[in-house]
Design a protein around this ligand. Sequence first.
Ligand code: DAT
Length: 183
Amino acid sequence: MPSSTSKHAPVIVITGTPGTGKTTHAQLLVEESPVPLKHINVGEWVKEQELYEEYDEDWQSYTVDEDKLLDALEPIASAGGVILDWHTSDIFPERWVDLVVVLRCDHTQLWERLEKRGYPSKKIQENNEAEIMEVVLDEARSSYAPEIVVDLKSESTEDLESNVARIVQWIEAWRKDHRTAEQ
Ligand code: DAT
């Protein structure tokens, strides 16, 4: 069942452990999507809009003010046509979300990507363990209906291209369903 009949474009969450390719996928999807999509890199957005409580020196990351974040995102998500790119997904209300894409990556490759990014080793290790333990996937599966959660491998350019092509197909189907629903 469509989550809303008034939206002209869906809300797509792209999630995954840091380094799995969320931003890379979101950027290509913006280019290839048949409907206009706005890409929100939630981590960057939190910094820009100052939606955080404090900076944690130890983990070199911000503690997000979740209430402020949800208030700021509500009108954007309700309007539709947005990709929410974040390493966690359970904070977003189910009514906002039409599709959840969970990206997966081999842990050795992930380690290399995060090393290149200059993450401290404690943070690389924590993320690597989270990927092995499927933390992000479990979280998505326990927060959303199984039919809207899809996990995709993101280890090569071919994966990237075929994943984005698959999401584009899904958007076409979503549009068709919604046109039917509006008639
Ligand atoms: P995230 O947004 O999940 O933190 P990213 O999009 O910034 O990840 O990607 C991290 C790095 O890995 C970046 O150098 C691009 C590379 N990468 C991501 N997905 C890839 C893929 N499917 N094939 C090859 N490289 C990829």
